[in-house]
Design a protein around this ligand. Structure first.
Ligand code: FAD
Length: 385
């Protein structure tokens, strides 16, 4: 029933708006509120905070159905499945009461500010700083490539606290967009995801009350590393939905388009290519179903999430490329969803941690003991020198 409701929502209220959203470089506020009304935001948040009180697998359904139709404009999953869980897990009761119900209704849009112009993969090197001023922090710095950035009403921002002291570390602050000194850049012109309002955030002497600290001071890096597993699984689920959508479109197209007096699907090359794509899709779907179950039981490891993210997004890229080829020249035309899918999905190998970083995390798990010994040895040598 949920799947059918989601499909109707996408078909009846979203698909026809994509051109307009692309022209504007962002989606409408109404679509956020409509998703909230239908109970599709914060699906697995407890009902007492306005959420759906359901299992994560229902969120996964929404992610996959959107991806199948190539809807990449509204950053619903980042909002509902990444930022809301940060609040639920690490927020104070007051923070949860203040933000979660508004997020679930779609009246408040949120973004996550980690990346900076000088650092993305190496998050410990962030420079945005929050000076302790007693009852508040004074925040100065800049974030870039922020999904939902332009439309967001509140951003969860990674900052450096206790600069230059022994306690220096990364902390997480909830910063409301109306705060004085908080500015946004215009949405970037990207090669894909053209209706997604990805932009820069600027902080110039922004006063952030101490009660907006999420979790403990200097614990931000540890929190992010724990929560990133969920974000990476979401990107992988998106890839599965996208690959399935591309495959469906291509089966339909090649069944009707003809060349040399037969459907394109009649050529063995077409059949073999699509057979390979379908096989890859099934293999990844099985692994991701397992990861989704593990996440629901809070047992998904960083290594498994990294495997899912890198492998599913690589697979998605290859599938869409093969599918586009089978559309011939039409595949290169923006009016054809396969062209959008091709442009939209490329970034998945880059964001939420690049696929190279995913392999580093997997390898860390493989060589745990060796790396620990190497770390100890390096520390000893530093002490001696
Ligand atoms: C459309 C879009 C949306 C985004 N949304 C968000 C968002 O909402 N919030 C947010 O905070 N960020 C967001 N990002 C940023 C994204 O997470 C970063 O771009 C990504 O983590 C890579 O960081 P970087 O761009 O600084 O690349 P770099 O870190 O400069 O990396 C450049 C290249 O070097 C490689 N590399 C780096 N370190 C190593 C290493 N140790 N070993 C091997 N190779 C390495 C990388 O894999 C990459 O290929 C978004 C980006 C895009 C494009």
């Amino acid at each position: 029933m949920t799947r059918k409701m989601i499909q109707d929502f996408i078909k009846g209220e979203m698909i026809d708006q994509v051109d307009e959203w692309e022209k504007n470089g962002m989606v409408s506020r109404e679509i956020w509120e409509r998703a909230g009304e239908l109970g599709l935001l914060c699906i697995d948040m407890p009902e007492e905070y306005g959420g759906g009180g359901m299992d994560f697998s229902f969120s996964a359904l929404f992610i996959e159905e959107l991806a199948k139709k190539g809807i990449t404009g509204p950053g619903f999953s980042l909002h509902s499945d990444v930022i809301a869980p940060y609040l639920l897990k690490y927020g104070t009761e007051a923070q949860k009461q203040k933000y979660l119900p508004q997020m679930a209704s779609g009246k408040m849009i949120t973004s996550l500010g980690m990346t900076e112009p000088d650092c993305g993969s190496d998050l410990q090197a962030i420079k945005t700083k929050a000076e302790d001023k007693g009852d508040h922090y004074l925040v100065n710095g800049q974030k870039t490539f922020i999904t939902n950035g332009y439309m967001s009403d509140m951003s969860l921002v990674a900052v450096k606290t206790n600069n230059g002291t022994e306690k220096e570390g990364v902390s997480l602050l909830l910063i409301e967009s109306e705060s004085e000194g908080f500015e946004k850049g215009v949405p970037f012109k990207k090669i894909g995801m053209k209706s997604q309002d990805t932009c820069e955030l600027f902080f110039d002497d922004v006063i952030v009350p101490k009660e907006n600290l999420l979790g403990e001071e200097s614990s931000g890096f540890k929190i992010m590393m724990t929560e990133l597993a969920r974000e990476r699984l979401i990107v992988a689920l998106n890839a599965i939905g996208g690959a399935e959508g591309a495959l469906q479109q291509t089966i339909e197209y090649t069944s009707t388009r003809t060349a040399f007096k037969q459907p394109i699907a009649g050529f063995q090359n077409t059949q073999f290519k699509l057979a390979e794509c379908a096989t890859q899709l099934q293999i990844h779907q099985a692994f991701l179903d397992r990861c989704t179950q593990l996440l629901s039981k809070h047992k998904l490891t960083a290594e498994s999430a990294s495997m899912a993210k890198y492998s599913a997004t690589d697979m998605h890229n290859k599938v869409v490329d093969e599918c586009l080829q089978l559309f011939g020249g039409y595949g290169y035309m923006w009016d054809y969803p396969i062209a959008r899918m091709y442009a939209d999905n490329r970034v998945a190998r880059i964001y939420a941690g690049t696929n190279e970083i995913m392999k580093i995390l997997i390898a860390r798990g493989l060589f745990k003991e060796l790396f620990q010994e190497m770390k100890k040895a390096a520390k000893k040598n530093n002490v001696r020198s």
